[in-house]
Design a protein around this ligand. Structure first.
Ligand SMILES: *Cc1c(COP(=O)(O)O)cnc(C)c1O
Length: 382
């Protein structure tokens, strides 16, 4: 059977073959398998050199100093480390976040709320962006941290992180940004954005699953408490033997992302335009998110009169995603779509299409013809 066309790059990306090839060199006896923390022999030194090279590659993509990169197991852990790490060191901290964050941020903040910490949940606009005004009006004397995503994973919408960063730096409030969907998709410069903590994941950028990083700005006011205790790795912020092969893979993936960024953006812009053009003839299609402030690779659409679940069944030849989470008997619509004010009805009719490095023009054309055919068929049998 032919594999369905993969249009779910926002969920994860395949590892770039060049990345996989590099990773293999860090596993076996004839490769660099040593423990990067072993200081007494060459096996360790070689592994450490590979880890430090990768640290620079990751730092370069976001214009950071390599000493500001802390390796983690992924963006989920980075989000936990940033938010819990700041909260733990403050007396009576108040935290500001939004209703459409990734679950790694939402559930971390909910957990802190249960521990008695005050959290303000901002309402984004209908375009899926959080405004600087809403952030500013939520600030209190004891606000310790604002945590917001740069690009929303369901909508692709882009929040003005720089404007919010400027405002928070002036007020002395720490700013954590989940950039898992932004890195490698658009320019990210931590100094220009004035962020203090920034979460990254390798597997959204053609690297392996299970590795990520937290950028921690080098400044006396930016301190986080470790959430994983042990050998004191990563300057005490995150213990655990470094996964050399994973880290090397993330480094190479981020270097590929940096050198190919402009080409990748223009390619994805073309794909997006072709995709939306290809659906032009179809009526009753609602666009979710921001048409203007967004990354090109993610398109979220609601199709009037067609349940997302039936549409996905019909679109067997496409691997796409709906935001809905099936909870036993009831299907809950996406909290992100609800959070931006999309009606329950249209939220139940939404699908996310996401493109990436290996998507071809033919695949986009095929996807459009399948969507038009299946939507029209499902509407005609109602
Ligand atoms: C995928 C993703 C995460 C989780 O990253 P993992 O590395 O899978 O833990 C967090 N935030 C956003 C915005 C994401 O897209």
């Amino acid at each position: 059977m032919k594999k369905p066309v993969y249009l779910d790059y926002a969920a994860t990306t395949p590892v770039d073959p060049a990345v996989a090839e590099d990773m293999m060199k860090y596993l076996t006896l004839d490769g660099v398998f040593g423990n990067p923390a072993s200081r007494s022999h060459g096996y360790g030194w070689q592994a450490e050199a590979a880890v430090e090279n990768a640290r620079r590659q990751v730092a370069d993509l976001i214009h950071a100093d390599p000493r500001e990169i802390v390796w983690t197991s992924g963006a989920t852990e980075s989000d936990n480390l940033a938010i819990k790490g700041v909260a733990e060191l403050r007396d009576n901290p108040h935290i500001v976040t939004s209703r459409i964050e990734h679950k790694a941020v939402i559930d971390t903040c909910k957990w802190l709320e249960q521990q008695g910490i005050e959290v303000t949940w901002l309402e984004p606009g209908v375009d899926g962006r959080v405004s600087v005004e809403s952030v500013e009006s939520a600030l209190r004397d004891n606000t310790a941290l604002v945590s917001l995503m740069m690009v929303n994973n369901e909508l692709g919408s882009l929040t003005d992180i720089r404007a919010i960063g400027r405002c928070l730096r002036k007020r002395g409030v720490l700013f954590h940004v989940d950039a898992a969907q932004a890195a490698g998709k658009l320019p990210v410069d931590v100094a220009d954005l004035e962020v203090d903590l920034l979460s990254l994941s390798a597997h959204k950028v053609y690297g392996p699953k299970g590795v990520g990083a937290l950028y921690v700005r080098r400044a006396s006011e930016v301190r986080i408490a470790a959430q994983m205790h042990g050998g004191g790795h990563e300057r005490g912020m995150r213990s655990g033997t470094l996964a050399t092969h994973q880290i090397v893979g993330m480094g190479r993936a981020f270097e590929l992302a940096r050198t190919g960024l402009d080409a990748e953006i223009s390619k994805l812009e073309q794909m997006r335009a072709a995709f939306l053009d290809g659906l032009e003839g179809l009526d009753g299609v609602h666009f979710n998110g921001s048409r203007e402030h967004r990354v090109p690779g993610i398109v979220n659409l609601s199709f009037e009169g067609v349940e997302a679940e039936s549409l996905m069944l019909g679109l067997r030849n496409l691997a796409v995603s709906s935001g809905s989470a099936c909870a036993s008997a009831t299907v809950e619509p996406s909290y992100v779509l609800r959070g931006i004010g999309v009606s329950d009805e249209l939220a139940h009719r939404a699908l996310r299409f996401s493109f990436g490095r290996f998507t071809t023009e033919e695949e986009v054309a095929f996807a459009c013809s399948q969507i038009v055919e299946v939507v029209e068929r499902l509407r005609s049998v109602r």
